[in-house]
Design a protein around this ligand. Structure first.
Ligand SMILES: *Cc1c(COP(=O)(O)O)cnc(C)c1O
Length: 362
């Protein structure tokens, strides 16, 4: 589904950690990775974390989100977006997504705002940026924080600006199948110096520099290791090439699938530069075969796929009576095709041929 690209630099930098003995969170690579990745996003501060979920929890902690608060999240996202809200004791409130871009619908956000709402978490789903201007406008109107969940969209641009630089804070994941990886890992980026300091403090057991072992409040151990950051530094040397590969793979899919009836292809709004983290299609009724049958057919041809995320309101912890019709529909018909950067154009073409052959009688 998604093979990571791991070059020789990864080997070299990891070996450097082992040979120097700096294998925990002290060592040169963490600060270097934070500086390089935040600069890439166009934001002054980066706080590396153990994974993307802890990055989200830390960002919400910095904002003081607490029990009784509400945070608006899209109904169609990976469960970690909502779980991070739940960890603070606040309640995630689900908003629907846009039928064209599949990302948070600003009108639905507006309808979900209550006096308890404190923040919005737009998710740049499958590498496509959210329509941020109307979301930021709603946030300004109601005095809400905006935390981007950019876990799937490193390098994506909204009206020319990189994701990560659009909200108050933004969170990234460097899990093995993300656009760049550190094995497990994450980062909070922000332009606010105070928040950056507070995130670093909470990340490290809320430990003061002095006196020793005096913790004025409850913190976390959400640190990234030097080994993880070493992999991240090696990945940063390749990120431009990896993003080009993502775009080339997406274009090969588009060209190979455009003439097949019954498929809706991954969107790219005219204000967006998507990084197509996963190349996604919708299996429409006119395709003549349902998504699960298509997945089974591709599996038989040796091609692994993933369905879209199950919308949050269809999961036991987050069931709600609110109609979230677009998320429900996309969750039922969306399919992610193999998308790793090592994929060749021949492999993409063979996936397209296999998919075309599965079209049902209509
Ligand atoms: C991957 C992902 C996360 C969580 O990242 P982890 O590093 O796996 O904790 C959060 N949100 C979204 C949208 C993701 O895709």
């Amino acid at each position: 589904m998604y093979e990571p690209f791991l070059g020789n630099k990864v080997r070299q930098y990891v070996l450097d950690c082992v040979e120097s003995g700096w294998i925990s969170s002290l060592g040169q690579y963490v600060a270097r990775f934070e500086a390089e990745f935040s600069r890439f996003c166009g934001v002054p501060y980066g706080i590396a974390t153990s994974n993307g979920t802890t990055a989200l929890h830390l960002a919400l902690g910095v904002l003081g989100i607490k029990p009784g608060d509400e945070v608006i999240v899209p109904a169609l996202t990976f469960v970690a977006t909502a779980n991070a809200v739940t960890y603070t004791g606040a309640t995630p409130v689900l908003a629907d997504v846009d039928p064209v871009t599949w990302t948070l619908d600003p009108e639905s956000v507006r309808r979900q705002i209550t006096p308890r709402t404190r923040a919005i978490i737009p998710v740049h789903l499958y590498g496509h940026p959210c329509d941020m201007d109307p979301i930021l406008a709603v946030a300004r109107e109601h005095d809400l924080w905006v935390v981007e969940d950019a876990a799937e969209a490193h390098g994506a641009r909204y009206r020319g600006r990189r994701v990560g630089s659009l909200g108050d804070l933004a969170c990234f994941s460097f899990y093995g199948n993300k656009i760049i990886t550190t094995g497990e890992g994450g980062m909070v980026v922000t332009a606010n110096r105070e928040w950056a300091d507070r995130a670093a403090f909470l990340r490290d057991h809320a430990m003061l520099k002095a006196p020793h072992y005096y913790h004025p409040e409850i913190g976390y151990n959400y640190r990234m290791t030097n080994i993880q950051a070493a992999i991240g530094c090696a990945q940063m040397e390749e990120i431009g090439t990896l993003l080009e590969r993502k775009r080339t793979i997406a274009e090969a899919y588009r060209a190979g699938l455009a003439s097949i009836p019954g498929l809706t292809l991954a969107p790219e709004a005219n204000w967006a530069w998507s990084v197509f983290w996963m190349y996604s299609v919708l299996i429409e009724p006119s395709f003549g075969r349902e998504r699960e049958a298509v997945r089974e057919g591709l599996r038989t041809a040796g091609i692994d796929t993933r369905p879209f995320f199950v919308p949050l309101h269809e999961l036991p912890p987050y069931r709600t009576a609110d109609p979230l019709l677009v998320a429900s529909r996309l969750g039922a018909v969306g399919l992610n095709l193999p998308s790793g950067t090592p994929l060749t154009s021949e492999q993409v073409a063979s996936v397209c041929r296999a998919l075309a052959a599965l079209r049902g009688p209509v």
